[in-house]
Design a protein around this ligand. Structure first.
Ligand code: NAD
Length: 245
């Protein structure tokens, strides 16, 4: 890393994977701006609903104006939804796509002019193992994560000439508030016991446990850095072996 301060913009950095990334990047010398609905423990908080396209672009443009550059964008804000295609209303579909996909589109479009001017930049999309495989009752979520894989690949191709790299990180099941909310909802619907469901989830992972947010953060730090300079347009799986089986 050079002496100049490296600027990272993240969405959804107040909880779970995003919060671990903010902490890890700050510990490694980045100045981190966090666009979220609520403040987190670390980073410089910018109140923003990332499902609002114009608000997201404005917030990012202001940060870039203030800091004079942007080195890394991490598009992480996302919501989970358990439903098959028949049980997904148009409204719920639009809301999920507005955050998981359009939020990433808005953020990417807002950082590209400065990254092109700098002739450098890294964009990381926090996708999911569901960018590679499907899971049952996961129509809109799975679709949104496949869309992020496409965003990483097309952006990588279109902007390689400007020395901008774009990759999708594809985590398996990571123990975050989102994970706990998802299994709480499942237990409420089915009457299953939470401890039991948690143990079953662990047993589903070839490595025998769930992933931790810090493990994803370390991977993101590597991918954002110069040591990953030949890595672009790729789906970066971090899933304890889940998608190999
Ligand atoms: P989380 O719910 O713990 O954190 C999500 C963060 O996004 C929160 O801080 C929340 O306030 C913020 N957020 C939500 N809606 C927002 C909005 N409209 N505008 C701005 N911020 C908003 O979730 P997590 O598990 O850390 O997930 C982070 C990302 O990782 C998501 O995109 C998720 O799909 C993905 N992911 C999670 C897992 C997992 O098992 N936890 C696995 C694969 C991928």
């Amino acid at each position: 890393m050079s002496n100049q301060e490296n600027i990272c913009i993240i969405t959804g950095g107040s909880s779970g994977i995003g919060a671990a990334i903010v902490k890890c990047f700050e510990q490694n010398g980045y100045r981190v701006f966090n666009l979220d609905l609520k403040p987190g423990e670390n980073g410089e908080y910018v109140q923003c609903d990332v499902s609002d396209f114009n608000a997201t672009q404005k917030a990012i443009e202001n940060i870039i104006k203030q800091s004079g550059r942007v080195d890394v964008l991490i598009s992480n804000a996302g919501r989970h939804l358990s439903a098959n295609i028949e049980n997904t209303s148009e409204k719920v579909f639009d809301d999920l796509i507005d955050l998981n996909v359009k939020g990433a589109f808005a953020a990417t479009q807002a950082v590209l002019p400065m990254m092109k001017q700098q002739n450098s930049g890294v964009i990381l999309y926090i996708a999911s193992d569901q960018a590679l495989i499907a899971k049952s009752n996961s129509f809109a979520y799975c679709l949104s994560k496949h869309a992020l894989a496409a965003m990483a690949k097309t952006t990588a191709l279109d902007y390689a000439q400007f020395n901008i790299r774009a990759n999708a990180i594809c985590p398996g099941t990571i123990e975050t508030p989102l994970y706990h909310r998802a299994i709480d909802a499942y237990c409420k619907r089915s009457g299953a016991d939470k401890q039991e469901v948690h143990r079953e989830e662990e047993a589903l992972q070839p490595i025998g446990r769930l992933g931790q947010p810090d493990e994803v953060a370390e991977y993101a730090l590597f991918l954002a850095g110069d040591k990953a300079s030949f890595i672009t347009g790729a789906l970066q799986v971090i899933d304890g072996g889940y998608t190999t089986g």
